[in-house]
Design a protein around this ligand. Structure first.
Ligand code: TPP
Ligand code: MG
Length: 161
């Protein structure tokens, strides 16, 4: 999940004459975005990164709503944060788009820009509709599989005797 951005940078280093485009959810991208502080350097070849911005860990949120009677916890991302602005601040190019047409235009333009050494981050603003879980059949409430029985506990022997 977190690997995509760094893999995309590696793919471009491996194939510098090919347009390289990465796609990631905003949660996944948040885990690997620290590479943004490196990839504006002169010697790094340019890539395009498309970030699907639904302001949530959607897959995890879907799981928790199914497990916990439509409740969710710990899945909301910061709505104040703009990945496009972070890109600008890193000396990269940040673009915000809201429609399929805008996204298409931005991706095409970014591929042209790769030839000029310009890396583009395209932040695609989405709604928060949740998709189907990967495994609906596995979406049962977590159950306690093993408790702790005091009788099973033993004092630890000291290593120093
Ligand atoms: C390294 C790693 N950590 C955690 C997970 C579990 N996981 C699967 S999807 C997901 C949330 C992804 O959120 P986002 O990238 O925003 O995508 P969305 O579901 O919102 O489209 C997480 C945490 C994972 N797959 N890999
Ligand atoms: Mg998301």
């Amino acid at each position: 999940m977190w690997l995509w951005f760094s893999s995309i940078l590696g793919a471009k280093i491996g194939c510098p004459d090919t347009p390289v485009i990465g796609f990631a959810g905003d949660g996944a991208f948040g885990i690997s975005m620290n590479e943004m502080s490196s990839c504006a350097r002169e010697e790094w070849p340019a890539i395009t990164m498309v970030i699907f911005r639904n302001y949530q860990w959607g897959a995890e949120k879907r799981n928790t709503t199914l497990w916990f009677d439509n409740n969710f916890v710990g899945t909301e991302l910061d709505p104040e944060l703009s990945y496009a602005k972070v890109a600008d601040a890193c000396g990269l190019k940040g673009v915000t788009v809201r429609t399929m047409e805008e996204t298409t235009v931005a991706i095409k333009k970014s591929c042209e820009d790769q030839k000029k050494g310009i890396t583009t981050f395209i932040e695609v603003i989405l709604n928060q509709e949740l998709g189907e879980p990967f495994r609906r059949d596995a979406m049962k409430k977590p159950v306690k599989v093993a408790g702790i029985n005091k009788k099973d506990m033993r004092p630890q022997k000291s290593l120093n005797g």
